[in-house]
Design a protein around this ligand. Structure first.
Ligand code: OXD
Ligand code: MN
Length: 610
């Protein structure tokens, strides 16, 4: 009997089964009974371990293969007929080559295993915003994660009906061999093929692969935006809620910002934070001419190390139950631990993320500390468990966006916050945003990595066309959100952070919303509008005047080097680069020259006065 009532879906499942040769095909219906049976099965093979069900009810533990702990960008490809359509920032392969190479790895890859068919919806089922995908996988770990991260099961098949459109997502762990691993996107076929990996970002195909790479391509043709952004609501005591969407490169604290707790000094103002999403935003222009956003996901796939009651108390509560922990320390009492988390590590009997006996203070042969949890170890938890989860996550319309924020990690260059002069300037700011490598990252420290709109690894087509699309979206909106840039990571000469970050960031968000309501006047600078000191509420913070000044210093010489770097980056895109961005680049250059001239004049006057 056919597995579903959708003829094309049945045909495709058949085709993939012939290729991968599973011993059985199981349709994921979304029921609790089926989920529990799968957990039992995965526990019996050791794929998953049940944690202490009293201390961590519903929680599970998993380890990935040692060489399979992060997204493998070098093995991730956009497979379009024309190389130029993938653009200079993506790895490209022709669809013929992609299918040919991956087919070899998929051949017989599910022998002796089951193939699970997961119908899933990105976004609330039946919302105009949402997209349906079907993932075929040989991993129960993937099924259990997808049940948290997406709306999955029979209701999605019902919505798909007899002939609905869906993204074909095929995944097999195969032999987890890094030399036979590929993450392929075929935007022209609405298809994703991922083989040889078991790491979330490579295999939860609804997330980065569908909701960003494939969705960004679809969004361009359909006239909306698929972005690597958190969505957050800020409620004032009068009940008014304004929503912002913010893009930061991976590992810059998006999850923390999305669940922010108002700082002590602002508590009396009575703000309340609503978390809509921590990673991905799909945004459309509605009939009111405004930009509305949904979070297509229904869970968090967050980085564990660094998550604690100080940095993110809401996350700590969120992951107390029904959570899957991956590559963290397993304590002898079947609880979990990670670096910079809460509590002390178990003194004896713990196992590290590789499954080796581990205790605090262990060092390798070079005397370097051996981490117990992998730095990219993760928790997968339902969004609904977050104490600040927005009541609008299931609303089909999503939430109206008042401000868009771009953020980078710059030690010296970028001020704490500045506002774009207009939409095109905001697109330029997003297109040129960058971060400096920290000691924790591979590569030369301090090196600038451009990560436009935090989409560098996630844009499914030519980045120049993507900017063009952003510019056109601005023209189509009657009410454009205002665009800002923030930098929580500015340092002094000694390398100390100038801004405390975390909950204190609300002070900056408060200013941003005041700008959106035209309630404050700003100071004009060469790079954008910055706040006047009195307009950022510093109650209870004790930030000295000179620190504030340093946070907003604009050094024309450093910015000149930045302008040069931007020029080099833009030159990669040749004639496809939108003229509007070239014009913005020229205008910035001109404003910086003026600033340099003015500073020089000031210095000369000061010297002659002395
Ligand atoms: C993520 C990422 O996992 O951006 O969200 O890498
Ligand atoms: Mn992300």
């Amino acid at each position: 009997m056919a597995l579903t009532q959708h003829a094309e879906l049945n045909r495709w499942i058949d085709e993939c089964a012939k290729l991968c040769k599973p011993e059985d095909i199981i349709l994921i219906d979304g029921s609790d009974a089926q989920r529990k049976a799968l957990i039992q099965e995965a526990c019996s093979t050791g794929e998953i371990l049940e944690l202490d069900q009293k201390k961590l009810p519903g929680c599970l533990y998993h380890r990935t293969a040692v060489n399979d702990v992060a997204r493998t960008e070098n093995l991730t490809f956009i497979c379009t007929s024309l190389r130029e359509d993938a653009g200079p920032t993506n790895n490209w392969m022709s669809p013929e080559e992609g299918y040919r190479r991956a087919r070899e790895y998929f051949t017989g890859s599910m022998k002796g295993r089951k193939m699970y068919v997961i119908p899933f919806s990105m976004g609330p089922i039946a919302s105009n915003f949402s997209k349906i995908g079907v993932e075929l996988t040989d991993s129960i770990y993937v099924v259990l994660n997808m049940l948290i991260m997406t709306r999955a099961g029979k209701a999605v098949l019902d919505e798909l009906g007899l002939a609905g459109r869906f993204t074909k997502c095929l995944h097999s762990k195969a032999d987890l061999n890094i030399d036979r691993r590929l993450i392929l996107h075929f935007p022209e076929d609405n298809t994703i093929w991922s083989v040889g990996s078991g790491y979330g970002g490579n295999v939860l195909l609804g997330k980065k692969c569908l909701a960003l790479r494939i969705a960004s391509h679809i969004a361009r043709t359909e006239g909306w935006l698929a972005e690597h952004m958190l969505i957050l609501g800020i409620e004032e005591p009068n009940g008014r809620i304004e929503y912002i969407a913010a893009a930061f490169p991976s590992a810059c604290g998006k999850t923390n910002l999305a669940m922010l707790i108002p700082p002590e000094g602002l508590k009396t103002k009575g703000y309340r934070i609503w978390t809509v999403g921590d990673d991905i935003a799909w945004m459309r222009i509605d009939t009111d001419g405004r930009l509305w956003a949904i979070n297509p996901e229904s869970g968090f796939f967050g980085v564990a190390p660094g998550t604690n009651s100080r940095t993110n108390p809401n996350a700590v509560i969120t992951i107390k139950k029904n959570t899957i922990f991956t590559n963290v320390v397993l304590n002898p009492d079947k609880t979990v631990w990670w670096e910079d988390g809460d509590g002390e590590p178990a003194p004896e009997g713990a196992l590290d993320w590789k499954g080796n006996p581990w205790k605090p203070g262990m060092k390798d042969e070079n005397g370097k500390p051996i981490p117990g949890a992998h730095p990219n170890s993760r928790f997968t938890a339902p969004l609904s468990q977050c104490p600040t989860a927005s009541f609008r996550t299931e609303h089909h319309h999503g939430v109206p966006i008042s401000a868009i924020i771009f953020g980078g990690r710059r030690a010296h260059l970028a001020p704490l916050v500045y506002q774009a002069f207009d939409w095109d300037h905001g697109v330029f700011i997003g297109a040129t945003m960058a971060s400096e490598r920290t000691a924790a990252q591979f590569g030369k420290q301090g090196e600038v990595r451009r990560d436009p709109m935090a989409m560098l690894p996630f844009c499914g087509y030519n980045m120049a066309d993507y900017w063009e699309h952003w510019l056109r979206m601005g023209v189509r909106m009657r009410w454009q959100p205002k665009i800002f840039h923030v930098n929580w990571f500015r340092q002094d000469e000694k390398g100390n952070f100038l801004w405390p970050g975390y909950g204190e960031n609300l002070r900056v968000l408060e200013w941003i919303l005041a700008c959106c309501r035209n309630e404050v006047e700003c100071s004009k600078t060469a790079i954008g509008w910055i706040p006047r000191m009195d307009d950022i509420d510093m109650t209870g913070l004790n930030l000295p005047r000179e620190t504030f000044d340093k946070l907003f210093e604009i050094d024309p010489v450093a910015w000149e080097a930045e302008v040069e770097g931007i020029g080099e980056f833009f030159s990669k895109f040749g004639r496809r680069l939108p003229l509007e961005l070239l014009a913005q680049h020229e205008a910035l250059k001109r404003r910086l020259e003026e600033l340099k001239g003015a500073k020089l004049k000031q210095e000369i006057t000061q010297t002659s006065v002395k």
